[in-house]
Ligand binder design. Structure first.
Ligand code: NAD
Length: 275
Protein backbone atom coordinates (compact mmCIF):
# COMPACT_ATOMS: atom_id res chain seq x y z
CA UNK A 1 0.00 0.00 0.00
CA UNK A 2 1.39 3.38 -1.02
CA UNK A 3 2.02 5.65 1.93
CA UNK A 4 0.66 9.17 2.13
CA UNK A 5 2.70 12.34 2.41
CA UNK A 6 1.30 15.41 4.12
CA UNK A 7 1.87 18.59 2.14
CA UNK A 8 2.52 22.05 3.62
CA UNK A 9 -1.17 22.96 3.30
CA UNK A 10 -2.28 19.92 5.35
CA UNK A 11 -3.55 17.91 2.36
CA UNK A 12 -2.21 14.40 1.79
CA UNK A 13 -0.91 12.81 -1.43
CA UNK A 14 -0.16 9.14 -2.14
CA UNK A 15 3.63 8.98 -2.46
CA UNK A 16 3.46 6.52 -5.37
CA UNK A 17 1.31 7.41 -8.35
CA UNK A 18 0.91 6.84 -12.08
CA UNK A 19 2.02 9.22 -14.86
CA UNK A 20 0.46 9.49 -18.31
CA UNK A 21 2.94 11.61 -20.31
CA UNK A 22 2.89 10.56 -24.00
CA UNK A 23 0.00 8.15 -23.49
CA UNK A 24 -2.32 8.54 -26.50
CA UNK A 25 -5.76 9.89 -25.75
CA UNK A 26 -7.25 6.72 -27.29
CA UNK A 27 -5.24 4.50 -24.97
CA UNK A 28 -5.47 6.56 -21.80
CA UNK A 29 -8.78 5.27 -20.45
CA UNK A 30 -7.59 1.66 -20.70
CA UNK A 31 -4.20 2.38 -19.17
CA UNK A 32 -5.55 4.46 -16.27
CA UNK A 33 -8.29 1.88 -15.65
CA UNK A 34 -5.59 -0.78 -15.33
CA UNK A 35 -3.66 1.43 -12.92
CA UNK A 36 -6.73 2.01 -10.75
CA UNK A 37 -7.47 -1.74 -10.72
CA UNK A 38 -3.91 -2.45 -9.61
CA UNK A 39 -4.36 -0.03 -6.72
CA UNK A 40 -2.86 3.32 -7.80
CA UNK A 41 -4.82 6.24 -6.35
CA UNK A 42 -2.74 9.12 -7.73
CA UNK A 43 -2.74 10.09 -11.42
CA UNK A 44 -0.42 12.74 -12.88
CA UNK A 45 -1.55 14.33 -16.16
CA UNK A 46 -1.27 17.76 -17.82
CA UNK A 47 -3.29 19.86 -20.25
CA UNK A 48 -0.53 19.56 -22.83
CA UNK A 49 -0.58 15.73 -22.70
CA UNK A 50 -3.95 15.90 -24.49
CA UNK A 51 -5.36 12.99 -22.51
CA UNK A 52 -7.29 14.54 -19.61
CA UNK A 53 -10.56 13.20 -21.07
CA UNK A 54 -9.23 9.64 -20.94
CA UNK A 55 -8.10 10.11 -17.33
CA UNK A 56 -11.55 11.45 -16.40
CA UNK A 57 -13.32 8.62 -18.22
CA UNK A 58 -11.29 6.00 -16.35
CA UNK A 59 -12.01 7.65 -13.01
CA UNK A 60 -15.72 7.84 -13.77
CA UNK A 61 -15.85 4.21 -14.93
CA UNK A 62 -13.91 2.93 -11.92
CA UNK A 63 -16.68 3.51 -9.42
CA UNK A 64 -14.00 4.52 -6.91
CA UNK A 65 -15.18 7.46 -4.78
CA UNK A 66 -13.72 10.70 -6.15
CA UNK A 67 -12.12 11.62 -2.82
CA UNK A 68 -10.04 8.43 -2.90
CA UNK A 69 -8.22 9.38 -6.13
CA UNK A 70 -5.60 12.14 -6.17
CA UNK A 71 -5.56 13.93 -9.54
CA UNK A 72 -2.85 16.35 -10.69
CA UNK A 73 -2.96 18.42 -13.85
CA UNK A 74 -0.83 21.32 -15.08
CA UNK A 75 -1.11 24.80 -16.54
CA UNK A 76 0.50 24.90 -19.99
CA UNK A 77 3.05 27.61 -20.77
CA UNK A 78 0.93 29.43 -23.37
CA UNK A 79 -1.85 29.79 -20.77
CA UNK A 80 0.22 31.53 -18.12
CA UNK A 81 -1.34 34.81 -16.98
CA UNK A 82 -4.27 35.89 -14.83
CA UNK A 83 -7.39 35.31 -16.93
CA UNK A 84 -5.81 32.64 -19.13
CA UNK A 85 -4.75 30.50 -16.15
CA UNK A 86 -8.29 30.57 -14.80
CA UNK A 87 -9.71 29.60 -18.19
CA UNK A 88 -7.10 26.83 -18.53
CA UNK A 89 -8.05 25.19 -15.23
CA UNK A 90 -11.74 25.45 -16.07
CA UNK A 91 -11.03 23.77 -19.43
CA UNK A 92 -9.02 21.00 -17.76
CA UNK A 93 -11.80 20.38 -15.24
CA UNK A 94 -14.30 20.14 -18.10
CA UNK A 95 -12.15 17.55 -19.87
CA UNK A 96 -11.55 15.58 -16.67
CA UNK A 97 -15.24 15.77 -15.81
CA UNK A 98 -14.34 16.89 -12.29
CA UNK A 99 -15.41 19.80 -10.08
CA UNK A 100 -11.88 20.19 -8.76
CA UNK A 101 -8.43 18.65 -9.01
CA UNK A 102 -6.24 17.77 -6.04
CA UNK A 103 -3.13 19.51 -7.33
CA UNK A 104 -2.64 22.14 -10.03
CA UNK A 105 0.89 22.95 -11.15
CA UNK A 106 2.56 25.64 -13.24
CA UNK A 107 4.14 23.24 -15.77
CA UNK A 108 7.32 25.23 -16.60
CA UNK A 109 8.55 28.59 -15.29
CA UNK A 110 9.32 29.99 -18.76
CA UNK A 111 11.36 32.83 -17.27
CA UNK A 112 11.51 34.47 -20.71
CA UNK A 113 7.73 35.09 -20.53
CA UNK A 114 8.01 36.49 -16.98
CA UNK A 115 4.43 35.55 -16.13
CA UNK A 116 4.95 32.85 -13.50
CA UNK A 117 4.51 35.15 -10.49
CA UNK A 118 1.24 36.47 -11.89
CA UNK A 119 0.15 32.91 -12.73
CA UNK A 120 1.03 31.78 -9.21
CA UNK A 121 -1.19 34.46 -7.68
CA UNK A 122 -4.03 33.26 -9.88
CA UNK A 123 -3.46 29.64 -8.81
CA UNK A 124 -3.70 30.77 -5.17
CA UNK A 125 -7.01 32.42 -5.96
CA UNK A 126 -8.28 29.29 -7.75
CA UNK A 127 -7.31 27.22 -4.72
CA UNK A 128 -9.18 29.60 -2.41
CA UNK A 129 -12.24 29.18 -4.65
CA UNK A 130 -11.99 25.37 -4.38
CA UNK A 131 -11.14 24.56 -8.02
CA UNK A 132 -7.99 22.83 -6.82
CA UNK A 133 -7.16 21.62 -3.32
CA UNK A 134 -3.40 22.20 -3.52
CA UNK A 135 -1.12 24.18 -5.81
CA UNK A 136 2.48 23.78 -6.82
CA UNK A 137 5.01 24.24 -9.55
CA UNK A 138 7.07 22.11 -11.90
CA UNK A 139 10.54 22.52 -13.35
CA UNK A 140 11.28 25.49 -11.08
CA UNK A 141 14.91 26.19 -10.25
CA UNK A 142 15.89 27.73 -6.94
CA UNK A 143 15.77 31.37 -8.20
CA UNK A 144 12.25 30.82 -9.61
CA UNK A 145 11.09 29.38 -6.27
CA UNK A 146 12.83 32.18 -4.40
CA UNK A 147 10.90 34.76 -6.42
CA UNK A 148 7.59 33.16 -5.41
CA UNK A 149 8.72 33.17 -1.76
CA UNK A 150 9.81 36.83 -1.99
CA UNK A 151 6.93 38.23 -4.01
CA UNK A 152 3.90 36.23 -2.82
CA UNK A 153 2.70 34.81 0.47
CA UNK A 154 1.94 31.28 -0.78
CA UNK A 155 4.60 28.55 -0.66
CA UNK A 156 4.22 25.87 -3.37
CA UNK A 157 3.14 22.49 -1.96
CA UNK A 158 5.40 20.67 -4.43
CA UNK A 159 8.02 21.20 -7.11
CA UNK A 160 7.86 18.48 -9.79
CA UNK A 161 11.29 18.12 -11.39
CA UNK A 162 13.31 15.74 -13.53
CA UNK A 163 14.85 13.36 -11.01
CA UNK A 164 16.42 9.90 -11.34
CA UNK A 165 19.61 8.28 -10.04
CA UNK A 166 21.91 9.95 -12.61
CA UNK A 167 20.25 13.34 -11.97
CA UNK A 168 19.43 13.35 -8.28
CA UNK A 169 18.96 17.15 -7.91
CA UNK A 170 20.29 17.23 -4.34
CA UNK A 171 20.64 21.03 -3.98
CA UNK A 172 17.12 21.68 -5.28
CA UNK A 173 15.69 18.94 -3.04
CA UNK A 174 17.46 20.47 -0.05
CA UNK A 175 16.08 23.92 -0.88
CA UNK A 176 12.59 22.38 -1.05
CA UNK A 177 13.01 20.65 2.31
CA UNK A 178 14.20 23.92 3.88
CA UNK A 179 11.04 25.70 2.71
CA UNK A 180 8.45 22.91 3.13
CA UNK A 181 8.17 22.25 -0.62
CA UNK A 182 7.90 18.51 -1.37
CA UNK A 183 9.83 17.20 -4.35
CA UNK A 184 8.08 15.14 -7.00
CA UNK A 185 10.16 13.21 -9.56
CA UNK A 186 9.38 13.20 -13.25
CA UNK A 187 11.22 10.80 -15.52
CA UNK A 188 11.88 8.69 -12.42
CA UNK A 189 13.20 5.83 -14.56
CA UNK A 190 15.25 8.21 -16.71
CA UNK A 191 12.52 7.97 -19.37
CA UNK A 192 14.44 4.98 -20.75
CA UNK A 193 16.98 7.44 -22.20
CA UNK A 194 20.05 5.86 -20.61
CA UNK A 195 20.89 2.38 -19.42
CA UNK A 196 19.92 2.89 -15.79
CA UNK A 197 18.78 -0.70 -15.36
CA UNK A 198 22.27 -2.09 -16.15
CA UNK A 199 24.04 0.20 -13.69
CA UNK A 200 25.76 -2.14 -11.24
CA UNK A 201 24.18 -0.90 -7.95
CA UNK A 202 20.69 -1.14 -9.50
CA UNK A 203 21.28 -4.54 -11.11
CA UNK A 204 22.91 -5.92 -7.93
CA UNK A 205 20.05 -4.79 -5.69
CA UNK A 206 17.51 -6.25 -8.13
CA UNK A 207 19.28 -9.62 -8.04
CA UNK A 208 19.63 -9.51 -4.24
CA UNK A 209 15.91 -8.85 -3.67
CA UNK A 210 14.57 -10.90 -6.57
CA UNK A 211 12.84 -7.87 -8.12
CA UNK A 212 13.25 -5.90 -11.37
CA UNK A 213 15.65 -2.96 -11.76
CA UNK A 214 12.63 -0.67 -12.27
CA UNK A 215 11.26 -1.77 -8.87
CA UNK A 216 14.64 -1.01 -7.27
CA UNK A 217 14.69 2.51 -8.73
CA UNK A 218 11.11 3.20 -7.61
CA UNK A 219 12.07 1.99 -4.11
CA UNK A 220 15.10 4.32 -4.18
CA UNK A 221 12.74 7.27 -4.83
CA UNK A 222 10.32 6.20 -2.09
CA UNK A 223 13.04 5.65 0.50
CA UNK A 224 14.46 9.09 -0.35
CA UNK A 225 11.06 10.63 0.51
CA UNK A 226 10.35 11.62 -3.10
CA UNK A 227 6.84 11.57 -4.59
CA UNK A 228 7.02 9.41 -7.72
CA UNK A 229 4.69 8.35 -10.57
CA UNK A 230 6.36 6.08 -13.13
CA UNK A 231 4.66 5.64 -16.47
CA UNK A 232 4.01 2.48 -18.45
CA UNK A 233 1.33 1.39 -20.91
CA UNK A 234 2.11 -2.32 -20.39
CA UNK A 235 -0.24 -3.97 -17.87
CA UNK A 236 2.49 -6.19 -16.36
CA UNK A 237 4.77 -3.20 -15.83
CA UNK A 238 1.96 -1.05 -14.46
CA UNK A 239 1.38 -3.78 -11.85
CA UNK A 240 5.09 -4.37 -11.24
CA UNK A 241 5.78 -0.67 -10.63
CA UNK A 242 3.16 -0.65 -7.87
CA UNK A 243 4.42 -3.89 -6.31
CA UNK A 244 7.28 -2.28 -4.41
CA UNK A 245 6.27 -2.71 -0.78
CA UNK A 246 7.53 -6.26 -0.22
CA UNK A 247 11.22 -5.35 0.09
CA UNK A 248 13.41 -2.60 1.55
CA UNK A 249 16.75 -1.38 0.16
CA UNK A 250 19.53 -1.32 2.74
CA UNK A 251 21.36 1.91 3.59
CA UNK A 252 24.34 0.55 1.63
CA UNK A 253 22.19 -0.14 -1.44
CA UNK A 254 20.66 3.35 -1.27
CA UNK A 255 24.13 4.89 -0.92
CA UNK A 256 25.43 2.92 -3.90
CA UNK A 257 22.53 4.13 -6.09
CA UNK A 258 23.04 7.68 -4.74
CA UNK A 259 26.56 7.33 -6.12
CA UNK A 260 25.22 7.15 -9.70
CA UNK A 261 24.44 10.88 -9.66
CA UNK A 262 26.37 12.55 -12.45
CA UNK A 263 24.24 15.57 -13.37
CA UNK A 264 22.75 13.76 -16.38
CA UNK A 265 19.72 15.79 -17.45
CA UNK A 266 17.72 13.89 -20.10
CA UNK A 267 14.97 16.49 -20.60
CA UNK A 268 14.86 20.22 -21.30
CA UNK A 269 16.60 22.77 -19.07
CA UNK A 270 13.82 24.86 -17.48
CA UNK A 271 15.97 28.00 -17.60
CA UNK A 272 16.16 27.94 -21.39
CA UNK A 273 13.18 25.82 -22.48
CA UNK A 274 10.99 27.79 -24.90
CA UNK A 275 8.24 25.37 -25.92
P1 NAD B 1 9.61 7.41 -16.73
O1 NAD B 1 10.96 7.65 -16.17
O2 NAD B 1 8.48 7.03 -15.84
O3 NAD B 1 9.84 6.34 -17.87
C1 NAD B 1 8.78 5.74 -18.54
C2 NAD B 1 9.35 4.64 -19.42
O4 NAD B 1 10.06 3.69 -18.63
C3 NAD B 1 8.24 3.84 -20.08
O5 NAD B 1 7.83 4.45 -21.29
C4 NAD B 1 8.89 2.50 -20.28
O6 NAD B 1 9.61 2.51 -21.49
C5 NAD B 1 9.85 2.39 -19.12
N1 NAD B 1 9.32 1.53 -18.04
C6 NAD B 1 8.31 1.81 -17.17
N2 NAD B 1 8.14 0.81 -16.30
C7 NAD B 1 9.07 -0.13 -16.60
C8 NAD B 1 9.39 -1.39 -16.05
N3 NAD B 1 8.74 -1.90 -15.00
N4 NAD B 1 10.40 -2.09 -16.61
C9 NAD B 1 11.08 -1.60 -17.68
N5 NAD B 1 10.83 -0.41 -18.24
C10 NAD B 1 9.82 0.33 -17.71
O7 NAD B 1 9.25 8.72 -17.60
P2 NAD B 1 8.04 9.73 -17.72
O8 NAD B 1 6.80 9.06 -18.18
O9 NAD B 1 8.54 10.84 -18.54
O10 NAD B 1 7.83 10.28 -16.23
C11 NAD B 1 6.79 9.85 -15.36
C12 NAD B 1 5.69 10.88 -15.30
O11 NAD B 1 6.21 12.14 -14.91
C13 NAD B 1 5.04 11.19 -16.65
O12 NAD B 1 4.21 10.17 -17.11
C14 NAD B 1 4.34 12.48 -16.34
O13 NAD B 1 3.18 12.25 -15.59
C15 NAD B 1 5.41 13.17 -15.49
N6 NAD B 1 6.26 14.08 -16.29
C16 NAD B 1 6.25 15.41 -15.99
C17 NAD B 1 7.05 16.29 -16.68
C18 NAD B 1 7.03 17.75 -16.32
O14 NAD B 1 7.60 18.56 -17.06
N7 NAD B 1 6.42 18.12 -15.23
C19 NAD B 1 7.88 15.85 -17.72
C20 NAD B 1 7.89 14.47 -18.01
C21 NAD B 1 7.09 13.61 -17.28
Amino acid sequence: MASQITLNDGNTIPQLGFGVFKVDQAETERVVSTALEVGYRHIDTAAVYGNEEGVGAAIAASGIPREEIFVTTKLWNADQGTDSARRALETSLGKLGLDSVDLYLIHWPRPDQDRYVESWQTLAQLRDEGLTRSIGVSNFHEPHLQRLLDETDVVPAVNQIELHPAFAQRPLRAFGTEHGIHTEAWGPLGQGKYDLFSDVPVADAAAAHGVSPAQVVIRWHLQNGIIVFPKSVTPERIAQNFDVFGFVLSDEEIAAIDGLDRGLRVGADPETAVF
